[in-house]
Design a protein around this ligand. Structure first.
Ligand SMILES: [Zn+2]
Length: 253
């Protein structure tokens, strides 16, 4: 019984934080303050009141439009809020009340924010990536339940180097933001799970690319941001990575 209350609380906190991550992801790349001005409609600039700021619900209650000027609001806001709610609850499901829960919540925060920025502007901002890099360098020294600290450092160097090489060989086919993000992902996960993340995110990216080519004619020309796929790959590695690697060893050896 009490477990389900905690699930619910983590979910609700996730919704609220998701709403905040939308603001951070959309404003930081444009060099705007996160705090002021308060949330407003991008079209008519009307300041949003409490009833417009309830995560997910406001969007549907207001008929998917701004209450004042009736401009359609992008569904990305509520999708991100709901996803963050589900992810926070999932973190509690997998890690319970441990120090690693705090770590993974931070990691989820990073991934959600860069997904918002990458979807909106095709940018993974240094202003988001570097603080998390510094934070994980310090925190991982103390909290590393699965891998040694050295494994996390190897992950960081490996993530950075592999994709720097990819960028050089492909002559800019890989963005600088992606390279730095992989350094943070490697640092957070350690190198075995980094390798799994690289595999999964390129696999998901490729599948999406194939779907675009098959179902959308312009698919070939569409530039797809890679950040969201790195995020999804990383999350799979966080939640199921150990099991996937275990399964792999049992299956082939
Ligand atoms: Zn408006």
């Amino acid at each position: 019984m009490s477990q389900s209350i905690y699930f619910f609380l983590f979910f609700v906190y996730g919704l609220i934080f998701g709403s905040f991550f939308n603001v951070v992801g959309l404003r930081l790349p444009k060099k705007q303050s996160i705090i002021s001005p308060p949330s407003h409609c991008p079209k008519c600039n009307t300041r949003l009141s409490a009833r417009d700021l309830i995560p997910v619900f406001s969007y549907f209650i207001n008929g998917k439009k701004c209450r004042i000027c009736k401009e359609s609001i992008s569904p990305i806001y509520w999708v991100i809020e709901l996803a963050t709610g589900i992810l926070f609850a999932a973190v509690f499901y997998f890690y319970g009340f441990t120090m690693e829960t705090l770590m993974v919540l931070l990691f989820v925060s990073l991934l959600v924010i860069i997904t918002v920025s990458d979807l909106a502007y095709r940018i993974i901002p240094d202003k988001v990536v570097f603080p998390f890099l510094a934070l994980f360098l310090i925190l991982r020294f103390f909290i590393h339940p699965h891998e040694s600290y050295v494994s996390h450092l190897i992950g960081m160097v490996l993530g950075f180097t592999v994709f720097l090489l990819v960028a050089i060989v492909s002559r800019g086919g890989m963005g600088g933001g992606d390279i730095k993000l992989f350094a943070v992902v490697g640092l957070f996960l350690g190198y075995p799970l980094l390798l799994l993340t690289i595999l999964l995110s390129t696999l998901f990216g490729a599948l999406y690319g194939i779907l675009l080519i098959v179902f959308v004619e312009a698919g070939r020309k569409t530039e797809v941001p890679f950040g969201p796929f790195i995020a999804i790959g990383s999350l799979c590695a966080v939640f199921w990575g150990e099991s996937i690697i275990q399964w792999y060893w049992n299956f082939f050896y």
